[in-house]
Design a protein around this ligand. Structure first.
Ligand code: PEP
Ligand code: MN
Length: 245
């Protein structure tokens, strides 16, 4: 099961230590934003190229595959030597020309669900990547826009079993963006796994209150440890009951 964990944005050297701890606790992949999409051009957009040496250091010391978002062909080229899996963000998910560019890459791609993309459209958009020659697409449910505003987005649990009915692509669950609230991330992640998700993506920060982006939805390291305990129990239960986890 894919457990992708890490900060919303790579900020500084603390990324290395955080990644080490996440690996010890059971993360299989490290995430970290380099080029950040933001709702306002006047907000902070990530450390960009300054992150490259930190990613190299993380890979040398922690030795886990790395996931990060590219928003245009130039960023795809810049991130290519550093990422093991590309991420397509929710804001760019319906950009068919960009999807085709990811289709020409020989690395897997996580495609987040757009905020207003229906389940059937989500599956169809994946074909832009696949038909260009890249079959390694992993879908990611990360919440959609609804009238509900207690949460940042509404995590659509329906999407997980529905995608399984519609195609053979793996789907992972991002309850961090799907809820926008740290206190809801663990239960919603567990719900998604029970619904059949093939893995998870979760934001974790060594000090969420100080995070440059998405601190309110980032787990503390202790919370990630608690989540991993629950995931390991769930995996054991699924194995014991002989149901595919
Ligand atoms: C992220 O993963 O930090 C991110 C920006 O996600 P999304 O595209 O789902 O909003
Ligand atoms: Mn984020």
């Amino acid at each position: 099961m894919m457990i992708i964990a890490g900060p919303c944005s790579i900020e500084d050297k603390s990324f290395i230590n955080l990644s080490k701890k996440l690996k010890e606790l059971g993360a299989t992949h490290i995430r970290g934003g380099v080029f950040k999409p933001r709702s306002s051009p006047f907000r902070w957009h990530g450390i960009g190229e300054e992150a490259f040496s930190l990613i190299k250091e993380m890979k040398a010391e922690v030795n886990l595959p790395f996931v990060s978002e590219a928003m245009n062909p130039k960023q795809i080229e810049q991130l290519y030597p550093l990422v093991d899996i590309f991420q397509i963000g929710a804001r760019n998910q319906t950009d068919s020309e960009l999807l085709k560019e990811f289709g020409r890459q020989d690395k897997p791609v996580i495609m987040k669900r757009g905020m207003a993309t229906t389940i059937e459209e989500f599956v169809m958009y994946a074909d832009y990547i696949i038909s260009e020659g890249n079959p390694n697409v992993i879908l990611c449910e990360r919440g959609i826009r609804t009238f509900e505003n207690y949460t940042r987005n509404t995590f659509d649990i329906n999407c997980i079993p529905a995608v399984k009915e519609l195609c053979n692509l793996p789907i992972i669950a991002d309850a961090s963006h799907g809820t926008g609230k740290r206190s809801l991330v663990i239960p919603v992640t567990m719900g998604a796994l029970a619904a059949g998700a093939d893995g998870i993506m979760v934001e974790v920060h060594q000090n969420p209150e100080q995070a440059m982006t998405d601190g309110q939805q980032s787990l503390t390291i202790n919370m990630f440890a608690e989540l991993m305990k629950k995931i390991n129990l769930f995996k054991r239960y699924m194995e014991a009951s002989d149901v595919k986890a």
